[in-house]
Ligand binder design. Structure first.
Ligand SMILES: *Cc1c(COP(=O)(O)O)cnc(C)c1O
Length: 385
């Protein structure tokens, strides 16, 4: 089989070996419904409660503050929509950023149609929001601040603890999408001052289709999915036992290795090598940056074309230039960083995890400069100065 050089770990990560092995019994002999009273059901229930403790410990929370959901997307929807519902007497104003994941962005767009008023804070060229602007944006009818902890496209780590402090001083709920952060950098809900925090299994080595919403004790967030009363009445639906177990096992596996020094070394080697290509730039924050994300723009060419030629070499990466809707507009994130349209089109993201090796990085550094040169030689908009 041809070797695949997989560099799209921020889109999804292959399930880790320990996570896979931990979940297997719950797909076979451990088939019980956690709500049942007999032993196979009780075993499943116990597995979920063990997983809940693991997740709680991992982010500095208490087990009763952890709710399992069907995805990071669901957790984001729940946090945002239920906070609006809960505060309908206080107001309908939400503060967010211009670089949120579609799971937050589309929820906010939907709520705007329902009469909410959303302030999207601008970001600077590194993808950072201004804390002063955040303070100025808060009004008496502000019910929620939802700002991501780390950006999935350009890897910027945002100042969540400072944001949380401002939220608290102003008595506004703070939710953060930490899907790209948990399992990659240290995350502590108390340090951040988060009232709600989202994470997802498949971005940290667990199975797909399982997420978590941390909800601070005392917040009493209304439920989002109604039914049989699972997850203490907050999130009904028979639990994805195997998925939940895999998420906890993946966390236990990855947490002791943070800081992911080898991952950030590979990232830095890739950045250093690819910035030697003329008229290439790093996107996102050069310092406050996720260990696994190396993101670039290459002038004069399309990210999509680079991806196709990389694919021919067995390299899987991604580009922000074509969003999932199939449109060729550059991503809202790159535009928010102030990149002109034509340059944002040439974006390319490598997302690295511990499965990658130094040889993988060398292979990219060997192949990509030639691909960029070839595409530029064919590009009508490229002119060598
Ligand atoms: C992947 C991702 C999500 C969505 O998580 P799913 O579990 O795939 O629904 C949300 N936010 C960010 C920042 C992500 O990277």
């Amino acid at each position: 089989m041809k070797k695949i050089y997989y560099f799209d770990n921020a889109a999804t990560r292959p399930i880790s070996k320990v996570a896979f092995e931990a979940m297997l019994p719950y797909l076979t002999d451990g088939y019980g419904n956690p709500s049942s009273v007999y032993s196979v059901g009780r075993d499943a229930k116990k597995a979920i409660e063990d997983a809940r403790r693991t997740v709680a410990t991992a982010i500095g929370a208490m087990p009763e503050e952890i709710y399992f959901t069907g995805s990071g997307t669901e957790s984001n929807n729940w946090a945002i929509r239920s906070t609006v519902e809960q505060n309908k007497d206080k107001g309908k104003h939400i503060i967010s950023s211009a670089i949120e994941h579609p799971a937050v962005m589309s929820t906010l767009k939907y709520l705007e149609k329902q009469g909410c008023d959303v302030t999207y804070l601008d970001v600077n060229e590194y993808g950072q929001v201004s804390l002063d602007e955040l303070k100025k944006a808060i009004r008496s009818d502000t019910v929620l601040i939802t700002i991501m902890m780390a950006n999935n496209e350009v890897g910027t780590i945002l100042p969540s603890a400072e944001i949380g402090k401002i939220a608290k001083e102003n008595n506004v709920s703070f939710h953060t999408d930490a899907v790209q952060a948990v399992g990659h950098i240290e995350v502590d809900v108390k340090e951040i001052g988060a009232d709600m925090l989202t994470l997802s299994g498949h971005k940290l080595g667990g199975a797909k289709g399982v997420g978590v919403l941390y909800v601070r004790k005392g917040l009493n967030l209304p439920p989002f999915i109604h039914g049989g009363g699972q997850e203490r009445g907050k999130r009904s639906g028979t639990e994805n036992v195997a998925g939940i177990v895999s998420l906890a096992a993946a966390l236990n596996d990855v947490l002791p290795r943070i800081p992911l020094n080898h991952v950030s070394q590979m990232r830095d080697k890739l950045i250093e090598g690819l910035l030697k290509i003329t008229r290439s730039r790093l996107t996102g924050d050069p310092v406050n940056r996720l260990p696994g994300i190396a993101s670039f723009v290459f002038e004069g060419i399309e990210g999509e074309s680079i991806l196709l030629l990389l694919d021919q070499c067995g390299i899987d990466a991604s580009s922000g230039s074509a969003c999932s809707s199939g449109s060729l507009d550059p991503s809202h994130v790159l535009l928010a960083l102030g990149l002109p349209h034509e340059i944002a089109h040439g974006s390319l993201r490598f997302s690295i995890c511990e499965n990658n090796t130094d040889e993988d990085i060398d292979y990219v550094l060997e192949k990509l400069p030639g691909i960029v040169a070839k595409l530029r030689s064919m590009s009508p908009v490229w002119n060598e100065e």
